[in-house]
Design a binder for this molecule. Structure first.
Ligand code: SD4
Length: 292
């Protein structure tokens, strides 16, 4: 037992998700089971407006979900622009395990979920989302609002006592996005990347800016070259800041874990936090940021 089991995930809701992941890991589940079932808690959380079917809709009033899952051996699966599926993370896992593909989108992803007998829901906005959408439509102005609008995607990374690693990421994406818009969360290497020779990373925030720099992949590669998780997250933020098209309205948060159990997090601006669970207990920590 020379690896230290640990689960990390983004934002406040990471605490409840980590509790579940930890429980799964300690009752004989695999690390993939843990990161899947952990974020399912968030997908089920009716108070969360940026993960799961209760999330905020796109401009047309439709909720479309993105999710990905990855194992440290390179196995991965993802779904994007999918409607009506209650647990997109489970669907991403089914893409990984039950198809020869990595990514399914839109109607094809939905039909695959149906064929797998997954729980589906009618298309109906949650009361909170309906009210928010009604207010937004009054002037239909699209401007992402840092940390408030919906920067609450959950990304989770973990390692078990054998050094096996996995990660998951699930979101309803940016509120009032264009219909068909896909963010970083289902893009392997952008919102999530895991290579258990090195470590794992996940991202939250404005997906366009994360995709542009292949954020999660970049962080894992920097760690491979010897940076600590903290240094790697900081370098990725520096890269994002230098490439950003609209820095004043951009927030990104990165979270990384390496094989030795070191971890790090960094954001463009204050407000990003992450949850951690290991044998010594659990905690919620504010990440440092580029702008103070
Ligand atoms: C996206 N990265 O779709 C997601 C949004 C997000 O917290 O992280 N919200 O761009």
């Amino acid at each position: 037992d020379h690896f230290t089991p640990q689960i990390l995930s983004t934002w406040n809701h990471g605490m409840a998700a980590n509790d579940k992941a930890w429980e799964v890991l300690n009752s004989g589940g695999s690390i993939v089971d843990a990161v899947e079932q952990g974020v399912m808690v968030t997908e089920n959380d009716l108070t969360n407006l940026s993960v799961g079917l209760q999330g905020l809709p796109d401009r047309e009033g439709v909720v479309t979900l993105d999710a990905s899952i990855m194992k440290g051996d390179g196995s991965c699966g993802s779904v994007a622009f999918v409607r009506q599926v209650k647990h997109p993370i489970t669907l991403a896992r089914k893409v990984m395990e039950n198809t020869p593909h990595v990514m399914l989108v839109g109607e094809g992803a939905r039909l695959f979920a149906e064929s797998e007998g997954m729980p589906m829901e009618q298309e109906e906005l949650s009361p909170k989302a309906r009210e928010a959408y009604r207010r937004w439509k009054e002037n239909s102005k699209y401007q992402p609002i840092i940390n408030i609008e919906n920067h609450d995607t959950i990304g989770m990374v973990g390692i078990d006592e054998n050094g096996t690693m996995a990660g998951s990421c699930t979101t309803s994406g940016l509120a009032y996005k264009m219909h068909g818009r896909v963010g970083d969360s289902p893009i392997i290497g952008a919102g999530l990347f895991v290579d258990e020779e090195v470590g794992a990373a996940t991202a939250t925030g404005l997906g366009e800016e994360v995709i542009r720099i292949c954020g999660a992949f970049l962080i894992v590669e920097l760690m491979r070259q010897g940076r600590t998780p903290q240094e790697a997250c900081e370098e990725a933020v520096r890269r994002a800041v230098s490439k950003s098209k609209d820095i004043d309205n951009t927030q990104i948060g990165f979270l990384a874990l390496n094989k030795s159990g070191e971890y790090g997090a960094f954001a463009i601006r204050p407000g990003f936090n992450y949850a951690q669970h290991h044998r010594q207990g659990k905690s919620l920590t504010d990440a440092k940021s580029w702008f103070k």
